[in-house]
Design a protein around this ligand. Structure first.
Ligand code: NAD
Ligand code: ZN
Length: 359
């Protein structure tokens, strides 16, 4: 299956399906990478162990292949790891014609993409996502590393040449990572696609349903929503903010608990429930028939704020979010499923909502 991702500046293909990695050599030829091109695979330790030999073998005949392995986890999106990648790239003699393969989840994608964006003022790269969450991170061209002061604070908008998304890799994904990525799938459905939302409710009863054709359909629909938002608004002037649904509170929760204490998707799931609750209060709409909490619970998502978190501290973190405009928090709300509104809420209103939500 091939999906075209379009931005104002670039159009590139996304290959999706079971076994598509096998066509990587063909894809590189189509993209006119010549033989003996230097290819640097950036990946993490888990993927190195599971799949790196296979990926290397696919390319070994035609290209000069190198690999740089980072430790797993969010901490790897650091300046130190970024610098180490650049050192490897220089030592391997990569030049402006060389290629970087970002082989892994969102951590590898963000880091390797930023390495590609800045090595010799930018060389080409391809995303090879291996998590469900990466249906989100591999599309849109946002690449970044973290600074101790803030997540994703150093980065670029830099689009890949292609995305090669082989769902066979996802079979080894731990359940909590699958659930984390699924939160973003739900988000994409809720902000833009009511039919897809209804399909999810019907067809994905438990996480165990996320395999084969259903998994591929989730990835495809999620990517379509993400790509359509990005097409309209590559650099976050307007509708791209809609992707922040569930994230204003979600980021605050992650930040307060400390990264690693909760997955991104679990935090976003709570954030979405809060945004739905706030939508009902602010717009007087009712999602009553939808029973979001019990639906989320069937997948194992947490459905309320962790006890130890204080509303006032969460509010402070929500205001510190880089997407907040001075003074107020811009919350992404729903007037209906598929119909987003961005609303500035003052401290008093938000705090009251947080208290009520945590009851
Ligand atoms: P991740 O890359 O850390 O992967 C999660 C874990 O799963 C890691 O331990 C990894 O080693 C393991 N793993 C990956 N693929 C596997 C597989 N096939 N089998 C077994 N284990 C596997 O995390 P993620 O959730 O994919 O991505 C999170 C990152 O994505 C965050 O840093 C976030 O900021 C970023 N992100 C970026 C964007 C964007 O637009 N650029 C959007 C959303 C999220
Ligand atoms: Zn997210």
């Amino acid at each position: 299956e091939r999906i075209w991702i379009e931005t104002k500046t670039k159009q590139y293909p996304l290959f999706l399906g079971e076994g598509v990695i096998e066509s990587l050599p063909d894809i590189l030829r189509q993209l006119s990478f010549s033989e003996r091109t230097k290819v640097l695979i950036i990946t993490d330790q888990t993927l190195e162990r599971l799949y790196l030999p296979k990926l290397r073998a696919l390319l070994a005949d035609d290209y000069e292949v190198f690999a740089h392995v980072i430790p797993g986890g969010e901490e790897a999106k650091s300046f130190e790891q970024y610098y180490a990648c650049q050192t490897t790239a220089l030592q391997c003699g990569l030049d402006r014609k060389s290629l970087i393969l970002a082989f892994g989840g969102g951590v590898v994608g963000d880091l390797a993409g930023f390495v590609a964006a800045t090595y010799m003022r930018g060389i080409r790269y391809i995303q090879i996502p291996t998590t469900l969450l990466a249906h989100d991170s591999a599309v849109g061209g946002k690449v970044a590393i973290n600074h101790p002061i803030g997540k994703n604070m150093i980065g670029a908008f830099y689009q890949p040449e292609a995305v090669v998304y082989d769902i066979a890799f996802l079979r080894s994904l731990p359940e909590k990572e699958l659930r984390s990525g699924f939160a973003e799938v739900i988000k994409h459905a809720l902000i833009r696609d009511r039919d897809f939302y209804e399909w999810l409710r019907r067809e994905v009863r438990t996480l165990a349903d996320l395999k084969g054709e259903r998994l591929q359909y989730c990835i495809k629909k999620g990517i379509e929503v993400k790509a359509s938002v990005v097409r309209e608004d590559e650099k976050e002037a307007g509708v791209r903010a809609h992707l922040n649904f569930g994230h204003t509170l979600g980021h605050a929760i992650e930040n307060e608990l400390g990264y690693g204490a909760i997955t991104h998707g679990d935090a976003v799931a709570i954030g979405m429930l809060f945004a739905l609750f706030a939508s009902e209060r602010v717009y007087g709409v009712s999602f009553a028939g939808h029973h979001f909490s019990s639906w989320f619970r069937t997948y194992g998502f947490p459905v309320s704020l962790p006890q130890q978190l204080q509303a006032t501290r969460l509010l402070a973190k929500m205001k510190g979010d880089k997407k907040a405009r001075a003074g107020t928090v811009r919350m992404v709300l729903l007037k209906d499923i598929g119909a987003v509104e961005v609303m500035s809420l003052d401290d008093e209103t938000l705090l009251a909502l947080l208290y009520e939500f945590s009851r």
